[in-house]
Design a binder for this molecule. Sequence first.
Ligand code: S3P
Length: 191
Amino acid sequence: MNDEDNKDDLDLDSPFRGTGGIKIFLIGFMGCGKSHWGRLLSQKLNVPFFDLDEKIVEHKGKSIPEIFASEGEEQFRLLEKDVLHLLSESHENFVMATGGGTPCFFNNIDYLKRQGTVVWINCSTDCLYHRLLKEKDKRPLVANTPDSELKSYIIKKYSSRKIFYQQATVILPEEVITIEDMVNKIFHAND
Ligand code: S3P
């Protein structure tokens, strides 16, 4: 058993106590802050935090760029789906930061919504551009995009993915979120 398993018993101070488990999935474009907010939210709710990309890396023993390079995006998407199912079905309580493309392949968005509460961290394409400019290397989809073409790549990809992100139960504009606001909106998502 590890620390994450130990935390599976909900803290009595959690607003979700007595609800029979809480699974929160953060979705959104690369660079929107899913891991940052996911960590904060998991601490606030005292439940384990999973970063789907990190779990894929652990599972495969290769970095995300290495998986893309050696196996291709199609294999990565299959792996992503398998690890998503494995984690979701073996834990009762968690906050998970998914990858930017997770809800956009197979029927993952429907799966996420059946499993728990789906939260879209929405961020302006301007903000995504400034963040991704500094962090291109870790992300195979943009690693080879020249800086001069990055903004238009983001705008195009964002507009094709928005249709999936918009299906989230809760939509939060990243620029104005506080952790209290986030908990409140998630807690009242089904009111
Ligand atoms: C991807 C986003 C990445 C990672 C992979 C593919 C995407 O995760 O899963 O590089 O398709 O948008 P982050 O959103 O955490 O960067």
